[in-house]
Ligand binder design. Sequence first.
Ligand SMILES: [Zn+2]
Ligand SMILES: [Zn+2]
Length: 260
Amino acid sequence: MTDNERFRPTPWRLFSTRFSYMLLPGHCKLCKSDSMRSLDLCALCESDLPDIGDHCNICSEPSANPWPKALAKPLTCGNCLNRTPYFSHAHIPYLYKAPIDRLLISFKFKGDLVAGKVLGKLLSQHIEQCIKHDLAVPQAIIPVPLHWWRRLGRGFNQAHELAMTLSKHLNIPVNNKLVLRKTHTSAQHHLNREQRLHNLRDAFSVSRYACAEQIEGKSFAIVDDVLTTGSTANAIAKLLIDNGAARVVVWAVARAALEN
Ligand SMILES: [Zn+2]
Ligand SMILES: [Zn+2]
């Protein structure tokens, strides 16, 4: 299957999407007006979303200052130069700030699955462009697993919801059985990079039901909603690479700045 064929929606999907939006027009999640298209976000609000701008060519950490125009190739940040991540690249379209933070908060903490669909579709569009340029298509999408206890509290895993939308648009299967979360790690957003690494030690494992052929020589995309230091994605990437994976990339909606 060529990449163009991969992304061409089936006639049935095209018809059902258009028909459902004819019956119930898209409603913009941000400005609350009719979106006038088959996405619950209007074109104007989409153009206001904070682009990630110049960023590290591995972990996508945003650059504090715009790069010189004459720069021949993208730069690598100090953290990646000090300790190269196990994933080869993080593909992230947005910065975690207004107004995309509103969509992410409604999705993750208020259970707004429509906002989740919008975010999944925006991420799919970005990944589609990356694949058309240079990204090799991974063989499976792995959502960052939630510990069962937290999943029980939230009712869903936001990374899995995003992965399902990506899978539908990009025709890449989701495997949410391969990597398991062993420990219920405490919330990470107030921890610094070293504390996060410590917190994540042995947090994930490969399922004992997985066979070696599912990982060896395969390429994977790890999906999460927001990347801060990338420690969680890196812990999963390490696990996959240690078990023989050929390549791991990370896909996330937004890149947040580390608080301390
Ligand atoms: Zn709008
Ligand atoms: Zn980096």
